[in-house]
Design a protein around this ligand. Structure first.
Ligand code: ATR
Length: 270
């Protein structure tokens, strides 16, 4: 049986095995999907052992997405742009690295939340690995403008500079200079891990804005409460999680699962 896994540290709470088991059942694909804890200094040997034991590919999570990028012999364009890899396919002539986070986010916003991004004002809060991984896909959806704000503005500047050639107006700013009344606000910082609401003022929202935190579960709650309190439609990262998994499933198996029933099933277990 073909084996897949999510590799990370920590990895015990990953929902990916549940999601991929549901995808496999739904599409009739025969595979197993496991959790693989890699030592912080042992990502590569863990992967090599898994590949040697019948692994066909893996998802990569914190803190190994940059290591996975470095280990990939070939990379998709979107992985190259974000500088990180969250999906690997093991092939005889080398590992292929992809990044499905951005497509997952955009598909969740456009299909599940029914917000076509074309022409909208988008605020991306954060300029770390999570933000870098999705900016290219946001740009590809052709919003009117994307502003990237970050505590350390130099990282926002660098992220904008590396994507400036892609044809959508981009701006970088500090958290306090975040623009007002945005159509879509995406929290890609790790502040919700600390139980904080949002690192930007509520002026970034307007009635009917979509405010999405890439986190899900109790960690996302303060952000969701903050967004709802200011009239925005609040959305957690569970839809993005399922959508990025569907992109990975397609990358490995060439089959697109139906994500909505899986999102519903997963939501019921939260
Ligand atoms: P990830 O892979 O989750 O993106 P990261 O690369 O460490 O992790 O990035 C964390 C992001 O959260 C960064 O944008 C970081 O801001 P800095 O670049 O200024 O460090 C942001 N972040 C973390 N804690 C924060 C806080 N207390 N207030 C504001 N931003 C914070």
């Amino acid at each position: 049986t073909d084996r897949y896994a999510v590799v990370g540290n920590p990895v015990a709470h990953s929902r990916s095995p549940t999601i991929h088991a549901l995808f496999a059942e739904q599409t009739g694909q025969v595979l197993v999907y496991e959790r693989l804890l890699a030592p912080l200094d042992g990502f590569e040997p863990t992967l090599r052992a898994f590949a040697a034991a019948g692994g066909k590919g893996c998802n990569v999570t914190v803190p190994f997405k940059f290591d996975a990028f470095a280990l990939a012999a070939r990379r998709t364009k979107r992985a190259q742009l974000g500088g990180a890899v969250n999906t690997l396919r093991f092939e005889a002539d080398g590992w292929v690295g992809d990044n499905t986070d951005g497509a997952g986010l955009v598909n969740d916003i456009q299909r599940n939340a029914r917000r076509p991004l074309a022409g909208l004002q988008v605020l991306l809060v954060g300029a770390g690995g999570a933000a870098a991984g999705v900016l290219g896909s946001l740009i590809a959806a052709a919003p009117a403008r994307i502003t990237v704000v970050n505590r350390s503005v130099d990282k926002a500047d660098a992220l904008v500079a590396s994507h400036a050639h892609l044809g959508v107006p981009l701006a970088a700013a500090t958290l306090t200079d975040a623009p007002a009344a945005q159509d879509v606000v995406i929290n890609a910082t790790s502040t919700s891990l600390a139980g904080a609401a949002a690192p930007v003022g509520a002026q970034v929202l307007k009635p009917g804005s979509l405010a999405l935190d890439m986190m899900y579960g109790p960690k996302a709650q303060p952000f969701l409460d903050w967004a709802s309190a200011h009239g925005a439609e609040a959305r957690d990262g569970l839809g993005m999680l399922v959508e990025q998994a569907a992109e990975a499933f397609f990358f490995w198996r060439g089959v697109r699962p139906d994500t909505l029933p899986v999102l519903k099933a997963l939501r019921a277990t939260l």
